[in-house]
Design a protein around this ligand. Structure first.
Ligand SMILES: O=P(O)(O)O[C@@H]1[C@@H](OP(=O)(O)O)[C@H](OP(=O)(O)O)[C@H](O)[C@H](OP(=O)(O)O)[C@H]1OP(=O)(O)O
Ligand SMILES: Nc1ncnc2c1ncn2[C@@H]1O[C@H](COP(=O)(O)OP(=O)(O)OP(=O)(O)O)[C@@H](O)[C@H]1O
Length: 354
């Protein structure tokens, strides 16, 4: 297993979610900090005229095993599952479900205490300068155990030759316990409920955001979803790229497979399922994973599609209660049936309402 320390790499913040922070890997910075490798390596040297000064030494090369990789580090959260368990679950349960070409690969690496400490200091500094999203403030990386994951980088070479996109497909099939005749799928119902609960949220245009659009055999529905993804990724793409992406989603079987697994692993829904069972937890993992896409602008190259954020879920720490409560509210308050109070305020774009 690779061990990463301040002398091996510099980690550059890329993005974060609720449970992890993701970093780009750069060669160590020898120049800016007096405690860096060059000084340490050279402090005991007897310099003669042929010995270059530390400032003249070019940065160390990265270990080739880090090429094309990002580092993903877990946050310190109550009831967080240790990264070793997440990795074991990924290898035993998730990896066998998909082809390697469709997965964000993940391998454990060890982090030095000083590198983790440095990352946490930087997260704190980013809050002072408002660079870190405010909703993520106050939560930092766990420093024990000191493992992280090396994951496939889906942002490499993002320039004019590729358009890179990501989205969460969420629930690709209706919740098994939704009422018959629902006018919203689980993802649209929860989104509507969350939106109603947040004060003065600007109404964003999400006409295509229903994930069921993705499963449609109608290309115009898939196009609606692609438009929504482009907008939420703040991306613009040529008509040709959009057309090829729509074609790809229309033909590809990866999301069909995710949908099938969501259904098979939790056929009865949260009220009947054993919420501690491996199958149910895997279904919840697949209902919250991300799809990363790299669309080459060159027509002759293939689109790359990989699933990531396939972390083991836990039903501990009130999560089981959360899942059941959400489903109860979606049913009882009329979010599935689009009969919620004050419904004139909430436009319904769900495919089930069409
Ligand atoms: O409950 P949901 O469907 O809104 O999903 C949660 C996600 O919200 P989203 O709607 O994707 O913005 C939520 O994502 P964000 O915090 O919004 O980035 C988490 O992924 C959460 O999982 P966990 O608690 O970190 O294990 C997700 O919780 P679960 O997948 O455990 O339900
Ligand atoms: N393999 C990857 N390639 C490129 N960017 C990535 C990759 N993995 C993650 N990211 C970026 O980092 C962000 C956070 O990563 P990730 O989804 O793994 O965090 P998380 O905490 O597990 O998310 P959630 O809030 O869903 O629990 C992603 O939204 C994405 O922008």
């Amino acid at each position: 297993m690779l061990t990463l320390g301040l002398l091996d790499v510099q980690l550059e913040y890329l993005a974060e979610g609720a449970a992890n922070v993701v970093y780009r890997i750069r060669p160590p910075d020898m120049g800016s900090d007096p405690s860096t490798a060059a000084d340490i390596y050279f402090e005991n040297y007897d310099y003669d005229s042929d010995t270059p000064l530390p400032s003249e030494i070019s940065p160390l090369q990265l270990d080739p095993r880090l090429k094309g990789k990002l580092v993903r580090l877990r946050k310190h959260l109550p009831h967080a599952i240790p990264v070793e368990d997440i990795q074991r679950h990924f290898e035993a349960i998730i990896r066998p479900l998909f082809g390697a070409e469709n997965l964000i690969e993940s391998d454990l690496c060890q982090m030095s205490p000083s590198l983790l400490n440095d990352c946490n200091s930087k997260l704190r500094r980013m809050e002072k300068t408002d660079i870190r999203p405010a909703k993520r403030w106050g939560v930092y990386l766990t420093e024990n155990p000191r493992y992280g994951c090396l994951i496939t980088d889906m942002t490499w070479l993002v320039d004019d030759t590729f358009v890179s996109l990501e989205f969460k497909p969420k629930w690709l099939v209706q919740s098994p316990t939704a009422p018959a005749g629902s006018k919203r799928c689980r993802s649209c119902a929860l989104r509507a409920m969350k939106k109603a609960g947040s004060t003065n949220q600007p109404e964003t245009s999400n006409a295509g955001s229903c994930p069921l659009n993705l499963m449609s055999s109608d290309r115009t529905k898939i196009k609606l979803f692609v438009d929504y993804v482009m907008e939420s990724n703040s991306k613009q793409a040529s008509q040709d790229v959009q057309r090829r992406l729509i074609d790809f989603l229309y033909r590809n079987t990866l999301l069909e497979r995710v949908k099938r697994l969501q259904l098979d692993l939790d056929p009865h829904g949260v009220f009947k399922a054993d919420l501690k069972s491996s199958d149910f937890l895997a279904a919840m993992t697949l209902r919250d994973c991300s799809l990363f896409l790299r669309v080459p602008t060159n027509q002759n190259s293939a689109i790359e599609a990989r699933l990531g954020d396939l972390d083991l879920k836990t039903s501990l720490g009130k999560k089981a209660e959360y899942w059941r409560n959400i489903e109860r509210k979606l049913i009882d308050e009329g979010w599935y049936t689009a009969t919620e109070q004050d419904r004139a305020r909430h436009e319904n774009h769900c495919l089930l309402s069409k």
